[in-house]
Design a protein around this ligand. Sequence first.
Ligand code: MRU
Length: 347
Amino acid sequence: MTYIIKTIEWQGDEVVMIDQRILPLQEEYIHHTTWQEVGDSIKTMVIRGAPAIGVATAMGMSLAAMQSQAATQEELKRDLDEAARGLFATRPTAYNLGWALEQMAGIYNEPGDVDEIRARMKDRSQEILDEDVAMCIAMGEHAAPLFPQGARILTHCNAGALATAGYGTALGVIRSVFRRDPSIHVFADETRPFLQGARLTAWELQQEGIPCSLITDNMSGYFFKEGEIDAVVVGSDRIAGNGDVANKIGTYTVSVLAKEHGVPFYVAAPTSTVDLSLADGSQIPIEERDPKEVTHCGSRQIAPTGIGVRNPAFDVTPHANVTAIITEMGVHREPYSESLAEAKKGK
Ligand code: MRU
């Protein structure tokens, strides 16, 4: 298995995560022994990125099963349902979170011995991690031929190894393109307000020697207009049945620029991000985060005390702006209501 960076892993019965809040200046790992600690780490962005949140959720549920003193399946189910509610409330937009809870519920709702259920849940959480890496590698293989020689590729936020179990969706695609063609160049948006692009994407690209220019979010229009961007690739937190894509705030703006300049706009995400229960993107819940992320840069205040703030963490790109969606099943195009349903069915 190709692990570029170990975002999250089991060490014995502890869940260990790299602390993404302090990268790239410090590399520290946090150990978790309870589902409440895992929930806290998801909420406070120790771990972030939809697929990584899914893995953390599965592992958190497994910790909940270990924490529970239940002797009967009914008692275990009661404790696990409570943990599931707590984890579900941490971050509303990432569909992989609810998907991981369903995977775990599928195990503890099946009749069985409580210790066997505990063991199966831990095994399944490790499988979800391994499957995630394999899916990201498959996405890279499907997508690489879409990019021209020497492509200059813009990405937004961090959809890399850190946002997944260890390879990346959008950044996994870029990794696969780079392995075939080292002459590519990546433009990484800094991604205000949490700076996932500046702190995490820039760090990942630098570690692997992938040529990169870090730009502030408001510079991308300039580079599109100058003809310096050949393709865009981003990840996603949730994709509705019609192909509308929720991703980090600012993605929609990039998609409009790409359309205006005739540049292909690709989305890379596993089928576990595709939510067929939602007809379109207007139904995707959008998380609003702490105003302090906007009024401050790190710990430094940059805006007047008491100013009104809005801080939606995600936006929705309409499917009409999306050239193709790449999942582990292949490259999907319009009509997405058919191609995405087909991809989910093929799983
Ligand atoms: O708020 P975050 O950092 O969790 O947002 C992450 C993103 O928007 C990513 O682009 C998305 O989750 C895809 S990650 C493979």
